[in-house]
Design a protein around this ligand. Structure first.
Ligand code: SAM
Length: 289
């Protein structure tokens, strides 16, 4: 499995629209990367090689600044990390990039994936933003089995799915800054179901209000795929402009994943929501809708 040591490379050039830096390690990242860790652990149950396609990979690692969103996310768990055995593997990966014990860096999805690659396993990382791509390339320069591509995710998914291993995961994690990104997610999943029906798919989405989420679910349900929506909400859904929670669409969940999430997510949501929050975890079978 690939190890990492050192600091993230310096960012170069002028910034474009979206950078995950400010959001890195927030509540949504903790939820997403914890679930990602569980899916990767499940892929280790068999020796046959697997491939992970990370369609919106980001920079790979982020330096956490004062006042960033991580303060409500990983920043809350970090001081009490010994008290979260269910999250041990995820927290171990965060610890790996913070060897001094001070929480300074946050590992993005590529770093999480890298931790799980065995000899013969592969990851395909796609990133469109020139700066994020340059940082990601640099971060992954010594990693084996990892390809980094400067490409639009929606074209990249068509190019790289299905992978030759016929085992593995597609992680779809767009920023949802542009109109039509949830439609693009559904189209990408539809491509996946047509060309690689037995792959595991994880697609992240924001939850601000109930109505857009329900219409997203209806679109997924028309695909007749074995899909579940896992919702992780920490704030009341009465302010549509805020990220009140987030969800992960899981297609072909590995054995026992949903049971593990049913047990482990409610206490995590309650902890991260804090006294003034509104924790809610829902797991919805979209195929049954
Ligand atoms: C939410 S961040 C990804 C975070 C990363 N998956 C993680 O968990 O650490 C979304 C990323 O997608 C990139 N992006 C936005 N639109 C894209 C597109 N059409 N194709 C590929 N990457 C894109 C952004 O530059 C950003 O780095």
């Amino acid at each position: 499995m690939g190890a990492w040591s050192g600091a993230p490379p310096r960012r170069r050039g002028a910034s474009l629209n979206y950078s995950h830096t400010y959001h890195a390690g927030n509540i949504a990242d903790v939820f997403k990367h914890y679930v990602l860790t569980l899916v990767l652990e499940a892929l280790h149950r068999k020796d046959a090689p697997f491939c992970v396609v990370d369609s919106h990979a980001g920079a790979g690692i982020y330096e956490l600044g004062r006042g960033g969103e991580h303060e409500q996310g990983i920043g809350q768990l970090w001081p009490e990390r010994g008290a979260w055995p269910a999250l041990a593997r995820y927290l171990e990966i965060v610890a790996r990039v913070n060897p001094s014990g001070r929480l300074r860096y946050y590992p993005g999805s590529p770093m999480v994936i890298r931790e799980f690659l065995r000899a013969g396993d592969r990851a395909v990382l796609l990133e469109l933003h020139p700066q994020e791509y340059a940082t990601l390339r640099e971060t992954m320069r010594d990693a084996s089995g990892i390809g980094v591509h400067h490409i639009n995710a929606w074209n990249g998914i068509k190019a790289f799915v299905p992978p030759k291993e016929n085992r593995g995961l597609v992680l779809i994690d767009p920023p949802y800054e542009k109109a039509g990104e949830s439609t693009a997610v559904v189209a990408a999943l539809r491509h996946g179901m047509r060309h690689w029906r037995n792959g595991v798919y994880l697609a992240w989405y924001p939850i601000k209000a109930r109505r857009p989420v329900e219409s997203f679910y209806r679109a997924v349900a028309t695909m007749k795929a074995p899909a579940h929506a896992v919702e992780f909400i920490t704030l009341p859904l009465d302010m549509e402009r805020r990220l009140n929670g987030s969800g992960l669409l899981v297609i072909n969940p590995p054995w026992r994943l949903l049971d593990t999430l049913r047990a482990s997510l409610p206490p995590l949501a309650a902890r991260l929501a804090g006294a003034s929050g509104s924790p809610q975890v829902r797991i919805v079978d979209l195929a049954a809708n």
